[in-house]
Design a binder for this molecule. Structure first.
Ligand code: ADP
Ligand code: MG
Length: 566
């Protein structure tokens, strides 16, 4: 709203204008002092505002939206406690490399900085710094445009991450000449510039790959984020190298592709002589690249936009610092002369292992226990899910997550949204809402009953915005399992015990569809009906309390004391 001569606009209007100028079309948040009016104004000006029940979930929605689009997702919160609630999501975004901006209102600095005791007093900018890629504060209305521009560029350039932007209440209320305000805005040009790999780095990498007998490609969520699926697939097919997708890298090349080695994970990691990492870090999710999981004498080629990632866990023989799209173009250009060909024996060993593992899996899947275990429950929905290849799958939990990663094939990139780098619980409803709002498409959240509880109140948000989200809860009445007992013999439930609650009735209470199911037939039918309805729906699926393992696949991360407590 550029004013006529002398017209004044306030800080709230300036920041809304700055958001619009930078094509930000959605805000996720929870309103209150001092940002209620800002949200109202943003909505009036055509920015979609999605209001949540808790800031952590709004922040998770913003973060996953950033991952899906490559544009920063924006979360708006009130000061101090609201800000801190949002910080978990900002820290999670930074850890995962998702571009996100947390914008919080804040209290009077003259009072906050002398700790004189203000309403919601907190030095938010400094509190945010250790958990964010950067934290900025705007102290003058004429700097609002600058502040947002810096936040956008920092969030999406290089390795993406979470940025905190602090907007004090007095800056939102300050007024400025409308024409001056307009001139103060910045439209960020080329916010995430391509990073072209150095030719010698490409040559070194291809040479190493050409000398490999048992090569492997690992596809991480950085590859999914970079939107390089076409060139990655071309490279995979032209070289004939088997690939292993990381959890959120599933679907960059379809899991059903004949070169997918996911079903022989241990074998390929343990025996590959050269591993090409595409946007995957050698963190705990890959056993830090060390033996016994990895061949000790294997060599690593790592493509990553973040130079400091190289050698973070073991020496990288051929670092390629670049965005993956540009790196794949360079790799493809160099392929004709490179002479890359994996050994036939390697490919045969892998395919034999895949056959053995599939046969083992088939045995588990063939069983029809009642009450259902995780295999039986997943088996009931596998075909319904594979009939819906466009579906966004959100998942969290322990056993629910681990079984699903192995049993649900992904066919398209950026469709599997899960606990990511931290293995965090609580992303479920935030990611589901973020994915549904951002894509306009159907989302299926597959949740453990404990995991669901962290963000469950957002089913009201899902219902209020009429989002096409189906929540499938595998309900075994506990954290990990539902059969633990209180070791004191007392009346309190054990630390891992939860009620086998009728979560379906929660969804009915907010006007959505609720299903309670106990058999494979009921489960498959409910999922079909829920997805076809396009309405908010929740399926409460009862799972045997004895099914599952403590900590899922992460049992080894519990303290390994030799003294038993059970
Ligand atoms: P995963 O958990 O799937 O293994 P990680 O989050 O560990 O994936 O690793 C993703 C990596 O991808 C990070 O090191 C990040 O710096 C990198 N990355 C993110 N975006 C790009 C991009 N566009 N090009 C290259 N690397 C990227
Ligand atoms: Mg459970």
């Amino acid at each position: 709203m550029a004013g006529e001569n002398g017209a004044q606009i306030d800080g709230a209007q300036i920041i809304v204008n700055a958001l619009k100028l930078n094509d930000i079309d959605t805000l996720f948040g929870v309103v209150g002092i001092p940002i209620t009016d800002l949200a109202r104004l943003a909505q009036k000006e055509g920015i979609r505002y999605i209001g949540f029940r808790h800031e952590q979930n709004a922040g998770n929605a913003a973060a996953i939206s950033g991952y899906m689009t490559g544009k920063p997702g924006i979360c708006l919160t009130v000061s101090a406690p609201g800000f801190l609630n949002g910080m978990v999501a900002l820290a999670n975004a930074t850890t995962n490399g998702f571009p996100m901006i947390l914008i919080s209102g804040s209290s009077d600095r003259a009072i906050v900085d002398l700790q004189r005791g203000d309403y919601e007093e907190l030095d938010q900018m400094n509190a945010a710094k250790p958990y964010a890629k950067a934290a900025y504060r705007v102290n003058r209305a004429e700097d609002l445009g600058l502040g947002l521009a810096r936040a956008i560029r920092t969030a999406v350039s290089g390795r993406p991450g979470g940025v905190y932007l602090d907007l004090p209440a007095d800056v939102l209320a300050a007024t400025l000449d409308a024409q001056l305000a307009e001139k103060s805005l910045i439209k960020v040009v080329d916010p995430a510039p391509r990073q072209i790999p150095a030719p010698d780095a490409v040559e070194r990498a291809l040479k190493l790959l050409a000398g490999a007998r048992r090569p492997l490609i690992v596809i991480g969520k950085g590859a999914a984020y970079s939107r390089a699926e076409d060139s990655i697939r071309e490279f995979v097919e032209k070289t004939g190298i088997p690939f292993l997708p990381m959890s959120m890298g599933k679907g960059v090349v379809p899991d059903t592709h004949p070169q997918c080695a996911a079903a022989a994970r241990s074998l390929v990691l343990g025996q590959a002589d050269v591993v090409l990492l595409l946007g995957a870090r050698l963190n705990w999710l890959l056993g830090h690249g060390k033996s016994p999981e990895w061949a000790a004498d294997g060599k690593i080629i790592q493509v990553d936009v973040h130079a400091a990632e190289m050698d973070s866990n073991r020496g990288v023989a051929a670092p390629v610092v670049a965005d993956i799209g540009s790196a794949m173009e360079a790799f493809l250009a160099g392929l004709p002369s490179a002479g890359i060909a994996p050994q036939q024996e390697w490919l045969q060993t892998i395919s034999a292992k895949i056959d053995t593992n599939r046969a083992k899996m088939a045995k588990h899947l063939a069983a029809t226990p009642q009450p259902l275990d995780f295999y039986a429950a997943y088996n009931a929905v596998r075909s319904v899910i594979s009939d819906n290849k466009e579906l966004y799958i959100v998942s969290e939990g322990a056993n629910t997550l681990d079984f699903g990663r192995n049993l649900i094939d992904m066919h398209l990139p950026r469709r599997r949204l899960d606990v990511g780098t931290w293995g965090v619980m609580g992303i479920g409803m935030g990611y589901s809402i973020g994915a549904a709002v951002t894509s306009g498409q159907q989302v299926l959240a597959i949740e453990g009953d404990s995991a669901f509880g962290f963000s469950g109140m957002e089913i009201e948000t899902i219902a209020r915005y009429k989002l096409p989200v189906t929540i499938l809860i595998f309900n075994n009445g506990g954290i990990y399992r539902g059969d633990n007992v209180n070791l004191s013999g007392g009346a309190d439930p054990s630390p891992t015990t939860l009620e086998v609650a009728h979560y379906d009735q929660m969804m009915q209470a907010v006007g959505g569809l609720g299903f309670h199911v106990e058999t494979q037939e009921e489960l498959a039918a409910a999922l079909k009906e829920a997805l076809a309805s396009g309405k908010p729906a929740l399926i409460n699926c009862v799972i045997d309390p004895h099914a599952g393992t403590e900590s899922g696949h992460l049992t080894n991360l519990n303290p390994q004391s030799t003294v038993s407590h059970t």
